[in-house]
Design a protein around this ligand. Structure first.
Ligand SMILES: Nc1ncnc2c1ncn2[C@@H]1O[C@H](COP(=O)(O)OP(=O)(O)OP(=O)(O)O)[C@@H](O)[C@H]1O
Ligand SMILES: [Mg+2]
Length: 248
């Protein structure tokens, strides 16, 4: 997903559009940084923008040209777990604002933990940025979201069925991610990913109808309808790769 977000990187400073929830996110990042977590350091705010530090590492599509290795997926699970645990000791400001409606609880989920929001070094997750979607939530929401994009569970309905080797690689990524996180319960990867995807689509619509970008543009362009129409084929194709819940 990309859109008119006016993100500028100048040396080691990232300038991003300021949102109503940015002060809350900065308070969270301050706490996580103080716990030694590899997240952007908040550097300041003005009327239009927030400024945070660049997390060192490789980011963008170049970071995983052939998809993630199982070790990379494991490291992402480990990082996500460390982040969730570190949020448990954070006391949010009394006037905390989040990008989506939420009720106070712990942990705080990142909300958008796809490989594209991770900094990588030698194929290992070494940082997590783009915290706009953070909110109090159930850890499984972040885990499901990471599975959705890191395995990936999502499919293009026009694609040919996966080869047996690719399907096995995706199962290996999913197992590794869950292992890295320390997830000890059976999980239906397809169901979890699809339901988090549906929630994400709802959230895009909510943000779009409240005038936030890039979501408003995506809504105008009809993307939520397209994504929703893919959910069924994602379920069917995912079920071929993950016929039963992954046992732990
Ligand atoms: N703090 C950061 N540390 C390292 N790289 C960053 C950081 N912030 C942004 N980037 C780089 O800039 C790119 C765009 O920034 P960001 O992820 O914040 O927005 P986006 O990708 O437009 O949002 P979305 O993830 O919703 O598509 C990232 O993919 C990454 O390459
Ligand atoms: Mg991003």
């Amino acid at each position: 997903m990309s859109g008119p977000r006016e993100i500028r990187i100048d040396g080691t400073t990232v300038r991003r559009p300021r949102k109503p929830w940015t002060p809350t996110i900065h308070a969270l990042l301050e706490h996580l940084g103080a716990q030694g977590l590899p997240v952007p350091r908040p550097l300041g705010l003005d009327d239009r923008f927030e400024y945070v530090s660049l997390v060192p590492g490789l980011a963008g599509d170049d970071a995983w040209p052939d998809g993630l290795s199982p070790d990379a997926a494991r490291s992402l699970g480990r990082l996500l777990r460390a982040v969730h645990e570190a949020t448990r000791t954070w006391i949010p400001p009394a006037d905390a604002v989040w990008s989506v409606p939420s009720t106070p609880s712990t942990p705080i989920c990142h909300g958008d933990p796809k490989p594209g929001n991770v900094a990588w070094r030698d194929g290992i997750a070494v940082g997590l940025f783009d915290w706009d979607a953070a909110r109090p939530g159930d850890p499984v929401e972040d885990l499901a979201y990471a599975l959705l994009w890191a395995v990936p569970v999502d499919v293009d309905p026009d694609d040919a069925p996966l080869s047996p080797a690719e399907a096995e690689l995706r199962r290996a990524r999913a197992r590794a991610l869950l292992e890295g996180y320390g997830w000890n319960a059976p999980i239906d990867v397809v169901e979890a990913a699809a339901s988090r995807h549906e929630q994400a689509i709802d959230e895009v619509e909510w943000l779009g109808t409240h005038g936030h970008e890039p979501h408003a543009t995506w809504v105008t362009q009809g993307w939520p309808t397209t994504w929703r129409s893919h959910l069924e084929s994602m379920h069917e194709a995912g079920r071929r790769t993950f016929p039963v819940p992954l046992p732990r």
